[in-house]
Write a protein that binds this ligand. Structure first.
Ligand SMILES: NC(=O)c1ccc[n+]([C@@H]2O[C@H](COP(=O)([O-])OP(=O)(O)OC[C@H]3O[C@@H](n4cnc5c(N)ncnc54)[C@H](O)[C@@H]3O)[C@@H](O)[C@H]2O)c1
Length: 348
């Protein structure tokens, strides 16, 4: 049977271009509209992917009745208003991370999805990378036993958006990344959201209950000022999270640090442990700890866009990285901002 045709639109031609490319590989998906305030760039991508409609104003795109689903890949402060407007227009939403800049906005997005019955997914693409996806499946099969500890780091050394990213690059081009009102936070909201989300997902998504944290901006504020760019967000964030299950997790992320680069997520359970870099399962076999390398066959790899479309076609299919899950992550990120501001542990 032929797949139901789904007409998609993409807002934003930075990271949004990766959404376009992914949709172009999903059978039965028609990229029908591209929207960006940079209309010229929107036109170029519309041409590349054969989209007949180009918009500079997202409301006009939603009102035109030309799309069933939309990817939203614009500055963070626009995620909530665009998502809510799309859902109200009866359009399913795949929104970029972080889902919003405030907890209240994230809640409103999830409530609107419930009220309209439309799908809301947040683009936590790290979950879909082959090995992480395979590890996630093992976690859901209960392979870890009781999960009690998570630890994750994404330490970048010289990757402050605008300061280190070329304005002609494919993403991370806008100075909005460094502005708290537009981004909601710095390394925390940009890469902390990925790092915490992946760790939390691989821990089996325990209920977060409390957070202690500190955030820092020590290295590049003066450089940004010389470039005439407002920079009032964190460069480095460090957080300790407690869960209702009794498990705890520590993670740290940085855009800039005088340190070796690092990327890993580790989870400890009573029956086994795991890490994502390199993807490994650690299992006790008669007193000897065995390491098993984890792979996902190419035939089983799914892009977030393909999964989103499958969930639109089948309303019974459970979303990986639903708005409701992202709201839990947002509660933690919001707690981290509050804990860093007050200097002690806060309840969520
Ligand atoms: N999942 C990931 O791995 C990943 C990677 C990079 C960026 N992102 C996310 O994607 C989003 C966009 O990031 P980016 O790097 O592409 O930023 P960017 O600054 O490079 O591009 C943003 C684009 O949005 C457009 N835009 C701004 N306001 C608009 C409006 N009102 N209507 C239509 N278009 C508008 C801009 O013209 C620009 O083309 C952010 O939320 C970011 O966190 C996610």
């Amino acid at each position: 049977m032929a797949e139901q045709t789904v007409r998609v639109g993409v807002i934003g031609t930075g990271m949004g271009r990766l959404h376009m490319e992914a949709y172009s590989k999903v059978p039965g998906v028609v990229i029908n509209a591209i929207c960006d305030i940079n209309e010229e760039e929107a036109r170029q991508f519309a041409q590349k992917y054969g989209a007949p409609h180009v918009f500079a104003d997202y409301r006009q795109m939603f009102d035109a009745g030309v799309i069933d689903a939309v990817s939203i890949a614009v500055p963070n402060y626009l995620h909530a208003p665009m998502t809510i407007a799309a859902l109200e227009a009866g359009i399913h939403v795949l929104c970029e991370k972080p889902m919003a800049t405030t907890l209240a906005d994230a809640q409103a997005m999830v409530e609107k999805a419930k009220a309209t019955g439309k799908r809301l997914m947040v683009h936590m693409n790290m979950r879909f990378r082959g090995e992480a996806f395979a590890l996630g499946r093992l976690v859901r099969q209960g392979i870890l036993g009781e999960v009690y500890y998570g630890r994750a780091s994404m330490i970048r050394r010289r990757m402050v958006p605008t300061v280190h990213f070329p304005p002609t690059g494919i993403m991370g081009r806008g100075p909005w990344f460094l502005d708290s009102e537009k981004a909601g936070g710095g390394a925390l909201m940009d890469i902390g959201v990925h790092t915490f989300d992946l760790m939390w997902w691989l821990m089996g998504q325990p209920e977060p209950v409390a957070v202690s944290a500190s955030t820092f901006r020590k290295l590049y504020e003066a450089d940004a000022a010389r470039m005439g760019v407002k920079f009032d967000v964190d460069e480095l964030a460090s957080a300790f999270v407690r869960f209702g299950s009794g498990a705890v997790a520590f993670f740290d992320v940085s855009w800039a640090a005088n340190q070796a680069p690092e990327w890993n997520v580790r989870v400890c359970g009573t029956k086994a442990g795991l890490q994502v870099n390199p993807p490994t399962l650690f299992r006790d076999n008669g007193g000897i700890l065995e390491n098993t390398a984890i792979e996902l066959p190419e035939t089983e790899q799914v892009s977030p866009q393909q999964h989103f479309i499958e969930c639109i076609r089948n309303p019974e299919k459970e979303l990986i990285s639903s708005g409701a899950e992202a709201l839990q992550v947002m509660r933690v990120l919001d707690g981290i901002r509050r804990a860093a501001a007050c200097g002690h542990e806060v309840s969520l």
